[in-house]
Write a protein that binds this ligand. Sequence first.
Ligand SMILES: C[S@@+](CC[C@H](N)C(=O)[O-])C[C@H]1O[C@@H](n2cnc3c(N)ncnc32)[C@H](O)[C@@H]1O
Length: 213
Amino acid sequence: MSGIIQPKVERYLNTLLPARDAVLREMEGYAARHDVPIVGPACGRLLYQLARMIQARRVFELGSAIGYSTAWLARAVGPRGIVFYTDSDPANARRAEGYLRRSGLLGRVRLLKGDALEMLAATEGEFDLIFNDVWKIQYPEVFRRAVPRIRVGGLLITDNVLWSGRVARPAASKDVETRAIQKFNRLIYRSRNLFTTIVPLRDGFAVCQKIRP
Ligand SMILES: C[S@@+](CC[C@H](N)C(=O)[O-])C[C@H]1O[C@@H](n2cnc3c(N)ncnc32)[C@H](O)[C@@H]1O
């Protein structure tokens, strides 16, 4: 439970979700057993839906772990699309590769191992969608580096922007993660280049559409 939505309502929402295929369910099971903070099926569907709505073909993911959000995005981009997976943990990348191969999605995914923002800088071209799920302290830096890389009409989507509700209270100076997310949220709402809405699903999903170059 996220602590954002009333537990009863969140349980209800989860009962509505259609069953996932065997590999996605296996990833969900692995994540639950090993405390891997994946977006989960409700937000996975939202990623898929938003990517489809803008007909995304070129997607860059910042922080991909075992490839769960990657799998939803890779489905959305279709056989001629590409999703750049990034993670600094090689064990995560190996596990993601296995799952994506078994899902038949590996051909649409470029696996990049190392720092996600460095990989973004090293990858040429514009993106239809950038999904941000790296260390929370990096979020303001993600805003600076990712927005210029998204085409007009494209999306910057960010997980954990409500941070179990902690963003709604003044954060202690040593609580650098909450402070970074609060700063990021101010940046995305104040930006003239973005139109932003935070969807309070799970831990909070920020959906920003780039409206000006
Ligand atoms: C919250 S998990 C990602 C979950 C994934 N997006 C999903 O929903 O399935 C964050 C992951 O990002 C990786 N990570 C965090 N900061 C990173 C960075 N700067 N560069 C590369 N990987 C990073 C961590 O190793 C971790 O596996």
